[in-house]
Design a protein around this ligand. Structure first.
Ligand SMILES: NC(=O)c1ccc[n+]([C@@H]2O[C@H](COP(=O)([O-])OP(=O)(O)OC[C@H]3O[C@@H](n4cnc5c(N)ncnc54)[C@H](O)[C@@H]3O)[C@@H](O)[C@H]2O)c1
Ligand SMILES: [Zn+2]
Length: 362
């Protein structure tokens, strides 16, 4: 199937998915735009050049803007540099920002667009799996501060998202694998078919251009799109997308962000499953299925056994739980997420010990 699939997110934006759709980013830019800032890291010049070319073909004046790679892009000073460029080139309310890159670039570019003249349109062209199934969809944007990740940001939905599956050809395999953790997450919280597809063909899931990979990406985007459409500003339901993320974030911090986000989330999902089992909510079989599916994709399911005290401390300090009791998204079954509020510390410790082997720090 060479045709693109269109997935609608609420009433506000479409996500176009398929191979070779990169240049269609130009079709999603609002009619009234005259100028487009194309934000991308230097390593992705070839994709950004293609997008820029398509934009010029539509008669837009393109201002290319290279930014530092990965998290180094998500700073207030990089954002300030981009606002300066928008100013120098006379960007107006109806002009636009186009991002080409991973989640760091969509977060940065989205934030820059959210603030310029109190909000101009942005089109995202995510080029990582995580970017496609998560960061580019749903309108959360932001940058980091020295005190932590994503502490400054805004809700600013894109006017469109283009996921060109061909761009995944050049993505390093560990990044592709890590992105699959979020796909699996969507399977557990909402779409059992995702799990069935991975179980039937885990190797195929990691083959760029395979039918199964395309179906997985589309299904994951649909899950996110549905959740976001029902809770655009993350007041309640949207929290289910944080499945596996409470412990996952703590592990990322403990690893000083040297571990990939998806890898930490994979471990966090196994922990959440063990926690749900201990709380009497989840069957053994579904807990085992967490390990089987993640392992089949080459994702980790355990962390260092002696780190529990440190991880608990980090979870207590986390900005999203501060002031409140610890809460976890857990499952009562596949596709049936619920919350566990202020679980007993002993329960948490036992769940961690079952996730990561013996003697979770006493
Ligand atoms: N806004 C949201 O809702 C949301 C959701 C999830 C994650 N995020 C954010 O996303 C970020 C992580 O995103 P990421 O994992 O995409 O990281 P990333 O943007 O750093 O990309 C990972 C690496 O892959 C490179 N790369 C990107 N596309 C490539 C391609 N096609 N070929 C070769 N190399 C390529 C990048 O240059 C980078 O070095 C984090 O900052 C996180 O906070 C945001
Ligand atoms: Zn995530």
């Amino acid at each position: 199937v060479r045709e693109a699939t269109t997935i609608r997110v609420g009433s506000d934006h479409d996500v176009l998915v398929g191979p070779g759709v990169l240049r269609r980013a130009a079709d999603l830019v609002p009619e009234a735009a005259i100028r487009a800032l194309v934000v991308h890291p230097t390593g992705l010049d070839r994709y950004a050049d293609d997008v820029a070319d398509a934009l010029r073909g539509r008669g837009l004046e393109v201002v290319p803007a290279t930014v530092p790679d990965a998290e180094a892009a998500k700073t207030v000073s990089v954002a300030a540099g981009l606002w300066e460029r928008l100013g120098r080139h006379g960007f107006t309310r109806t002009d636009t920002v186009v991002t080409v890159g991973g989640g760091t670039v969509t977060d940065l570019g989205g934030f820059v667009a959210a603030c310029w003249l109190r909000g101009v349109s942005v089109v995202h062209v995510p080029t990582t799996l995580l970017g496609m199934v998560d960061a580019a969809v749903g309108g959360k944007t932001g940058v980091n501060t020295p005190q932590g990740k994503n502490l400054v940001g805004a809700f600013h939905p894109p006017v469109g998202v283009v996921c060109d599956l061909d761009t995944l050809q050049t993505l390093p395999v560990p990044d592709l694998t890590a992105g699959m953790a979020e796909v699996v997450k969507c399977g557990f919280i909402a779409d059992p078919q995702v799990l069935a597809l991975v179980e039937a063909d885990p190797e195929g899931a990691l083959v760029v251009g395979s039918t199964v990979q395309r179906e997985l990406v589309e299904r994951a985007i649909r899950v996110k799109a549905e959740v976001v459409a029902r809770d655009p500003r993350e007041s309640s339901l949207r929290e289910i997308l944080n499945y596996g993320h409470t412990l996952g974030h703590a592990i990322e911090q403990a690893e000083a962000y040297r571990m990939r986000h998806g890898e930490a989330v994979a471990i966090g999902m196994v922990f959440a499953a063990e926690l749900a089992r201990l709380a009497g909510l989840l069957d053994d079989a579904v807990v085992d299925q967490h390990r089987d599916v993640l392992t089949a994709l080459g994702l980790p399911t355990a962390y260092l056994p002696d780190r529990w005290p440190q991880l608990l401390e980090v979870m207590r300090r986390d900005k999203k739980t501060r002031g409140a009791r610890l809460r976890f998204v857990v499952l009562e079954g596949i596709g049936r997420p619920t919350r566990l509020e202020g679980p007993d510390e002993e329960l948490l410790r036992t769940a961690y010990a079952r996730t990561s082997g013996r003697a979770a720090g006493s």
